[in-house]
Design a protein around this ligand. Structure first.
Ligand code: PA5
Length: 445
């Protein structure tokens, strides 16, 4: 099996190689701090050994539980942020683009509790009313408003449909070992449960049951995903020479670029299946680095679609951008372009060539244009889009995030800023206990 590859040669018009190599001892120190739990946020480092510490029994338990949903047409995964984006990213990356319209061997995974839209909820409930369905409710804290609200509504529906006792067998809860409303409810109702370890934060939880159970229900091989992550853990340890450690190099390059004023990183893909991978990455990096007035702003685009919208800005807008292309070397399928007698579209010069040949040249042409336009480029290549390489990519981004956060000298494992909107929302909703905040916020309106 191969490895994901990192190429930062197209940043070297903007930073010097010595700038990158200058991070060598710092990166090593930060990896050691992550493993020895001596850095900031050291009570949330359980993710670092997660792939290698998952047992066969745990994988089997998750796979067996996934099988218990086999008779469902649809499984609703209730969760937000880290309790949703990891599984969404992997499932979308591995699924047929039109899976919704196709015959499937496994349940269709849909999500709830990742927004508070009334229309979304109504349309979801209408769709579920004619289907056989189940629920995986995920909340580490067990108290997050969005998923709690969605679960309250869906629990009522599923109990009405199947009766309370049968419904309880169609619900799995993934939450804290002992705390939170979801844990209390699961104990009370007798749901099958999985634990989110105390020392694993939401955005680092994709390799726990939080990500693995929905991915297994969708029919994908979680053992291969974990294997990819384990192998990447081996490639990113402190003893690996700096230039051979892709995570250390990536963390170094992005921080070297930041120091030249490149404060926005755009993740670009040329395969729409990777759209939600970028959403997962944005949460990982946005919540981990964006604090104390610091951090690189993570943004994303889907190419070539967005070359016809955001391409203009990237080429000629404010020059504070750099781009990281995530590229898949080998597509799963082949489409060969046919010759056309009339050739009215003038595309016969491509006859006999594969569509991916056009896509790869669009990618190369864009990288060169953006570099010429002042946008440095990092390129990450996956040999194929499968469980194994996604596992590598996930772990690569997680460990690089820890290293990069420590280079920035922030705590990459907390998210104090997320509380501000919640406080205002509760004050406006007049939640008991928020009387003072309600008075204060109403005075502002
Ligand atoms: O990264 C995080 O910890 C957060 O974004 C959480 O994942 C998100 O807020 C959901 O929290 P919970 O799983 O407690 O409902």
């Amino acid at each position: 099996m191969g490895n994901i590859k990192l190429d930062y040669s197209k940043t070297l018009d903007f930073i010097r190689k010595e700038d990158v190599l200058g991070f060598e001892s710092e990166a090593k120190k930060h990896i050691e701090a992550l493993y020895n739990q001596t850095g900031k946020g050291n009570d949330f480092l359980g993710w670092i050994n997660l792939p290698s510490s998952i047992s066969f029994e745990e994988i089997n338990d998750i796979n067996d539980t996934a099988k218990s949903f086999k008779d469902c047409d649809v499984v609703v995964v209730v969760g937000i942020g880290g309790s949703y984006l990891g599984s969404k990213a992997v499932i979308d990356a591995l699924s047929d683009n039109f899976t919704m319209l196709k015959d499937r061997k496994n349940p269709l995974i849909v999500f709830a509790g990742q927004n508070i839209s009334e229309d979304y909820m109504t349309e979801l409930r209408n769709m579920l009313s004619t289907r056989n369905w189940g629920i995986v409710a995920i909340s580490k804290s067990g108290t997050t408003t969005e998923p709690a609200l969605a679960f309250r509504l869906l629990k009522t529906d599923i109990e009405k449909k199947y009766g309370k006792e049968a419904a309880a067998k169609k619900i799995v809860a993934i939450t804290d070992a002992s705390r939170g409303a979801l844990r209390t409810l699961a104990t009370q109702e007798g749901y099958k449960t999985f634990i989110i370890p105390d020392d694993v934060g939401g955005r680092f939880s994709v390799l726990t049951p939080v990500g693995l159970l929905p991915i297994a229900i969708a029919g994908f091989d979680i053992a291969k995903l974990v294997k990819g992550a384990v192998d990447m853990q081996g490639q990113t340890k402190a003893e690996v020479p700096f230039e051979e450690n892709p995570a250390a190099v990536y963390a170094a390059v992005r921080n070297a670029l930041l120091r030249t004023g490149k404060g926005v990183e755009i993740m670009a893909n040329y395969n729409p299946k990777l759209h939600y991978f970028a959403e997962w990455w944005k949460q990982l990096y946005g919540e981990s680095e964006g604090k104390e007035g610091k951090g690189i702003f993570p943004a994303s685009v889907d190419f070539t679609s967005d070359l016809h919208s955001m391409g203009q800005y990237i080429q000629e807008g404010v020059r504070n951008l750099f781009e990281t292309v995530v590229s898949v070397a080998q597509p799963d399928t082949q489409v060969v372009i046919e010759a056309d007698d009339a050739n009215l579209d003038g595309l016969n010069f491509l006859a006999g060539k594969r569509m991916d040949y056009v896509n790869k040249n669009a990618e190369l042409g864009t990288i060169l244009a953006h570099v010429d336009g002042g946008v440095p480029n990092i390129r990450i290549e996956l040999p194929e889009l499968n469980e194994y390489y996604l596992g590598q990519l996930i772990y690569f981004y997680e460990i690089a995030c820890g290293i990069s956060g420590y280079i920035l000298d922030v705590n990459p494992f907390d998210q104090p800023g997320v509380e501000a909107y919640k406080k205002n929302m509760f004050a406006l909703l007049e939640k008991p206990g928020f009387e003072e905040e309600t008075k204060a916020i109403k005075a502002k309106l």
